[in-house]
Design a protein around this ligand. Structure first.
Ligand code: HEC
Ligand code: HEC
Length: 234
């Protein structure tokens, strides 16, 4: 909260449209409480200098999740707004890696900057693992129905890739049911709008993922939409 960086996050948080002006992508809706208030709540709930042990961390993680993170990511990590990713049932190692990527600012797309950098700064190292554990053990939300034709097209892409264009089958890493494993994120039941945004952001190399950069570099917008619609329906 004391750093210049956090201040700039707070200042810019009210006008995401200006930061994202160059991008045609969807605009985030406002969370249910102003970001500044959420940052204050986070600082109040979690005291980084308190004695740390595993049980205390787990309790504090549930509190932080319920009082702060839930404002955007929904109760127990099942978000309603497609602008905010669902975290429930996500892979533990992947979650921890992403929170650390926000802390180290290697995940550097405009939404990460506006919403998650300031938040992650206030999350201590043990709390990163405790929050990752908390969300990975919550029940994933149900799939969301979509256009059947797109779903069929997306399923094909997910399971087979596009061999003639050197695009690998997504299922080979993300799992046959898109449930993920270890550092490979769960994609099943994730909001399509969020998935498309991330595929776009990864293609622009705003997220550090050497593995994914190669895979999505030639993915077309209609293919992103199809595979995201399929995954959201799972
Ligand atoms: C003010 C809204 C807001 C709050 C509060 C918030 N987040 Fe986020 N979070 C976002 C947005 C927006 C994204 C997507 C960032 C992007 O597009 O790169 C995100 C992304 C994430 C991701 C990456 C998910 C993925 O699938 O890669 C994790 C993990 C995460 N948040 C954890 C948390 C935790 C833990 C808290 C509480 C300490 C929290 N967030 C609080 C808005 C919020
Ligand atoms: C060789 C393994 C591999 C393959 C194949 C692969 N991925 Fe990934 N994917 C990853 C890894 C690793 C990450 C995590 C990246 C990170 O840490 O930032 C990831 C992340 C993602 C994300 C971000 C998820 C989130 O919650 O933000 C999306 C979306 C995604 N992959 C979609 C796909 C699609 C669609 C395909 C097929 C066209 C695919 N992936 C193929 C390894 C793979």
């Amino acid at each position: 909260m004391k750093t210049n960086h956090s201040k700039s996050v707070l200042k810019s948080a009210g006008r995401p449209a200006a930061r994202s002006a160059a991008r045609p992508a969807t605009q985030l809706v406002c969370p249910s409480a102003p970001l500044a208030m959420l940052l204050l709540a986070l600082a109040a709930v979690y005291h980084p200098y308190a004695r740390a042990d595993a049980a205390a961390d787990a309790d504090a993680a549930a509190q932080v999740a319920g009082q702060v993170c839930s404002n955007c990511h929904g109760p127990a990590g099942v978000s309603i707004s497609p602008m905010f990713p669902r975290l429930a049932g996500q892979q533990e190692l992947y979650l921890a890696a992403q929170i650390r990527a926000f802390k180290s600012k290697t995940r550097a797309d405009p939404e990460a900057h506006n919403y998650m950098w300031g938040m992650a700064t206030l999350v201590s190292e043990p709390m990163v693992d405790a929050l990752a554990h908390y969300y990975s053990t919550q029940t994933p939300g149900p799939g969301i129905a979509g256009d059947e034709k797109l779903i069929a097209q997306g399923k094909r892409l997910f399971e087979q890739g596009v061999p003639e264009r050197g695009i690998a089958a997504c299922a080979s890493c993300h799992g046959a049911d898109a449930q993920g494993r270890s550092i490979f994120p769960r994609l099943a039941g994730q909001h399509a709008a969020y998935l498309v945004r991330q595929l776009d952001v990864i293609q622009q190399q705003l997220r550090t993922s050497t593995i994914m950069h190669g895979i999505v570099k030639d993915l077309k917008p209609d293919e992103m939409k199809a595979v995201a619609t399929y995954l959201q329906s799972r």
